[in-house]
Design a protein around this ligand. Structure first.
Ligand code: UD1
Ligand code: CA
Length: 456
């Protein structure tokens, strides 16, 4: 049985925010979400999030997730006290892993190593060596280099203050021992807190080995106390996400100018020979097929782009499905429910919402297509608008295969344009245009004899 306790009760006052600290995002995902996901990857049986400040907000955000329980710590009396709030729910026969909600980028393989130490009956402790250990608990070792205790910075004597090996706060303990030791903690120390770190000395006294490991990356153990630290971890994490894409064969023109926002998604899936230019944001579940090119300054959210598609500069795509060999932008907007069949084109300053653009069809300039179904090889002229909304309800527009809609037409839905039909430029179409017919619905041109007024 693996129980994970995640400490998340602290205020985070240096964030200067109404949002509880652990809900602040890294890569578009709350920090606490990162910790929960890392723990989930080491097959944690139960997770206990210790909440305090902003408890309701934190609970609301995560209560839906399976396997998560909350323990309320109404007063923050220290890390040991915080773990105690969850103690009754920890299965004595197992292992407990203690994590921090504001140390978001801890990696699953590091956690797995800590759990392994604990499974063999020892206490596992994650430490890092710091050039400047100010503020951290110091790892005190004996003559045989065995861990003896952790001494908090504020309680440390002069020689202890020179120790550079620091407590990350992350540890694993046989749960049975936690039940034994936590009630024995005292708050007789410089901060008047119940220190979780005191269990290390208790372990040593009980003859249980404290084995330390260090993380592959120091950043795994970095906590976020202010916006600058949040931004630092954001950059580090982005660099990792982007190098992961490059390792899968993506050309990223500037790795520092591609951002990946995970949200609740699993992230970005890529094919071969994808090219991504600068200032692109990929958000949520994004699937990018072979040979796709994404030009500069595009935002692509929860969208699938099939092989050979080109997204030109400054395009914004959300909840769209784009099939093979499509051409989008520059300056195109695909809104939720936009579907582009193979070889479709949506050009500059076009907006498509909840509509299907059929195979090989073109919507090239300054057009709004909403709630429409367009067949194959249709051509929608510049400035065409599907008038899909009467102020109360939405209506559908159907446009057949090979239809040609002249520029600046208004198609007032519900309305049908048949296969091969033509709509004359500038028409306002309010009733069905049958297949192969030409609809002209505009004022007739008259050329009058006319004298321009002259200036008096
Ligand atoms: C703690 C460790 C220190 C370690 C450092 C690493 C102790 C006594 N000290 O110190 O050895 O080097 O982390 O960053 O454990 N929290 C609660 N309830 C509380 C107190 C804290 O939920 O009553 C949470 C905080 O929200 C935070 C985490 O526990 O996420 C750590 O608390 P913090 O006050 O930052 O611990 P430090 O004093 O920095
Ligand atoms: Ca801290």
């Amino acid at each position: 049985m693996i129980d994970v306790v995640i400490l998340a009760a602290g205020q985070g006052s240096r964030m200067k925010s109404d949002l509880p600290k652990v809900l602040h995002p890294i890569a578009g995902k709350p920090m606490l979400g990162h910790v929960i996901d890392a723990a989930a990857q080491v097959q944690a049986d139960a997770m206990h999030v210790v909440v305090g400040h902003g408890a309701d907000q934190v609970k609301t955000q995560f209560s839906q997730q399976a396997g998560i329980q909350f323990a309320l710590q109404t007063e923050q009396k220290g890390t040991g006290h915080a773990v105690m709030m969850a103690l009754d729910n920890l299965a004595p026969a197992g292992v407990t892993l203690i994590l921090y909600g504001d140390v978001p980028l801890i990696q699953p393989n590091t956690l797995a190593s800590l759990i392994d130490i604990c499974k063999s009956g020892n206490v596992g402790l994650l430490t890092v060596n710091m050039d400047d250990p100010t503020g951290y608990g110091r790892i005190v070792r004996d003559a045989n280099n065995k861990v003896k205790a952790i001494v908090e910075h504020k309680d440390a004597n002069e020689s202890e203050l020179t120790i550079q090996e620091c407590n990350t706060g992350i540890l694993s303990v046989p749960t049975e021992k936690l039940h034994e030791w936590l009630p024995q903690l005292s708050n007789d120390n410089a901060q008047g807190e119940y220190y979780l770190t005191d269990v290390i000395a208790m372990s040593v006294n009980a003859g249980i080995d404290v084995q330390t490991i260090q993380p592959k990356y120091a950043e795994e153990t970095f906590g976020v106390n202010n916006r600058a630290q949040q931004a630092e971890l954001e950059r580090w994490n982005q660099a990792r996400l982007v190098s992961d894409l490059m390792a899968q064969g993506v050309t990223v023109l500037d790795p520092a100018r591609l951002d990946i926002r995970l949200g609740n998604s699993t992230g970005v899936t890529v094919g071969r020979d994808v090219v991504i230019d600068v200032n692109v944001i990929l958000e949520g579940d994004v699937i990018i097929g072979d040979g796709v090119t994404i030009e500069a300054n595009c935002i692509i959210k929860n969208t699938s782009l099939a092989a050979g598609t080109k997204v030109k500069a400054f395009s914004h795509l959300e909840d769209a499905l784009v099939k093979d060999g499509c051409d989008i932008g520059p300056y195109a907007r695909l809104r939720p429910g936009a579907v582009l069949e193979n070889g479709a084109k949506v050009g500059n300053f076009c907006e498509v919402k909840k509509s299907i653009i059929g195979e090989g069809s073109k919507v090239n300039h300054l057009t709004y297509i909403g709630d429409a179904i367009i067949g194959k090889n249709a051509n929608i002229g510049a400035g065409t608008i599907t008038c899909n909304y009467d102020g109360v309800n939405k209506f559908k527009t159907e446009i057949g295969d090979n239809a040609f809609v002249g520029s600046n037409s208004a198609l007032v839905a519900p309305v049908k344009i048949g296969d091969g039909a033509t709509v004359a430029a500038g028409s306002t179409i309010t009733k069905e245009v049958e297949a192969d017919k030409l609809a002209v619905a505009r004022g007739k041109q008259v050329n009058l004899k006319w004298q321009r007024p002259a200036k008096k």
